[in-house]
Structures are given as C-alpha cells and as structure tokens.
Write a protein that binds this ligand. Structure first.
Ligand code: DQA
Length: 147
C-alpha cells in the first residue's frame, strides 16, 4: 500500500530554520528515514513538500485514488486553511496530522488547527521521529494486527 506523506510551507528549510525548535535534521534526512521505516512496514511512502496551498490541495485530491492514507504536516496552513480541511475530509482516507514542535506550548495562533477535527490521529512534539510514529499508527489503521 502507498501512503502519501505531505509537507507544507517552509518545511523545505528544515535544518536551517530555527533548529532549536525544529531540530537539525533536513527534510531530506526525514524523507530517507520515513521511507526506510515504510519498507519495514510494507508501505511505499510518497513523500512531498510544497510552499503552495493549492498544490497541497491537488495532492490530497490525488491521494484519493493513489493512496491508502495521508500523513500530513500542513505547517502554517494548519492554522489557516479551510481549503485543506475540506480536501482532507473529502479524501475519505485516514489522515494523521504531524507537528515537529509542541504547537500547544507555543504562540496562541498555533493552538487552533483546521486539520485536527478531520484527523484520525495527531502526533505532536516528537520532532522528526513523529513521522515514523505516524506511519506506525496509520499502518495499523489500514491493516490492524489480527485479533
Ligand atoms: C509546524 C508547526 C506550525 O505552527 C508551523 O507553522 C510550522 C511547523 C511543526 O511541525 O511544528 O511550519 O507544523
């Protein structure tokens, strides 16, 4: 099965951008690790990043036919995007929201998420490892360990 792992604006700057908040790993480092982790779970990871809201909406629409689930760090669009909320809801796929930092320990404007109400699960504050935790979670959602 394929899982889309989508990343929003400024995440291409990871490693350079506020490393005390977001860590030293680059997005390429994270991509490599999450893809390797997927191999162990029998999941193909389609990993993408865009700074453009509409491109992210297009990818969520594409996921409907091409993926079994979506792991998404919508970055700043988390806090603003009704369009992403609507697209994720319409995808009919399990969605896991990921944030590297604990957004609830930060500025007030990061406390509201338009994505959380439609997410099946949320991984917040685990840094780069959060993507692997999200992949573990979505893997069990789409093929639960037999009872
Ligand atoms: C983020 C948190 C957002 O508030 C912020 O705009 C980001 C990154 C995170 O991963 O911690 O760009 O989604």
């Amino acid at each position: 099965a394929t899982i889309f792992v989508l990343n929003g604006p400024n995440l291409n700057m990871l490693g350079l951008r506020e490393p005390h908040i977001y860590g030293a790993d680059t997005l390429a480092d994270i991509e490599q690790r999450v893809k390797a982790h997927g191999v162990g779970l029998g999941l193909a990871v389609d990993f993408r990043q865009s700074n453009h809201e509409g491109v992210l909406v297009d990818w969520v629409q594409e996921a409907r036919d091409r993926a079994r689930g979506i792991v998404i760090n919508p970055a700043a669009y988390t806090h603003t995007s009704v369009a992403l909320h609507d697209a994720l809801k319409a995808s009919d796929l399990p969605v896991i929201e990921v944030h590297l930092s604990n957004v609830h320990a930060r500025e007030e404007f990061r406390h509201r998420s338009f994505v959380s109400p439609i997410a099946r699960g949320i991984v917040i504050g685990f840094g780069a490892q959060g993507y692997e935790l999200a992949l573990d979670g979505i893997s069990r959602m789409i093929s639960p360990p037999s009872a």
